[in-house]
Design a protein around this ligand. Structure first.
Ligand SMILES: N=c1c2ncn([C@@H]3O[C@H](COP(=O)(O)OP(=O)(O)OP(=O)(O)O)[C@@H](O)[C@H]3O)c2ncn1[C@@H]1O[C@H](COP(=O)(O)O)[C@@H](O)[C@H]1O
Length: 107
């Protein structure tokens, strides 16, 4: 998943804000409000942890995708989106100089 994928998915999530809850899973989540969305984030986080404990790579990826997806719905509901989270990660990356350390590690 590239940053572009996150942005394109975020655009779909924004568009679903005006959709009929019966016609769309995401619109149904919005209709349930923040508590419904956070319940799903919690469930998906737990499922991701369990998958990691089991050590099955395919299942770990599947559950992590569910978790990322539901956190994107949460961000959209809260008026944010992936660009802000990625900007924060970029800021930390710059602060830590990890890119420099990583390139030295690969020498
Ligand atoms: N990426 C996803 C995506 N990932 C996971 N899910 C849904 O998230 C749910 C995962 O929760 P569970 O495994 O607990 O399944 P569930 O029992 O159906 O969920 P609940 O009814 O218990 O809430 C499933 O219903 C999946 O279909 C997703 N639903 C939608 N998308 C994307 O969002 C876009 C908009 O979706 P709609 O709103 O459905 O049009 C789609 O085009 C997709 O790109």
């Amino acid at each position: 998943m590239s940053n572009d994928t996150l942005e394109r998915l975020a655009a779909v999530l924004e568009a679903r804000k005006g959709a009929d809850p019966g016609s769309s899973y995401v619109a149904g989540l919005y209709a349930g409000g923040l508590d419904r969305i956070l319940k799903k984030v919690g469930e998906e986080a737990t499922e991701t942890v369990l998958a990691a404990k089991d050590g099955q790579r395919e299942q770990i990826v599947y559950e992590t995708a569910d978790l990322w997806f539901h956190t994107l719905v949460m961000l959209a509901h809260c008026g944010s989106g992936p660009a802000e989270v990625l900007a924060e990660l970029e800021r930390r990356f710059g602060l830590s100089g990890l890119d420099e350390k990583a390139s030295r590690h690969n020498d």
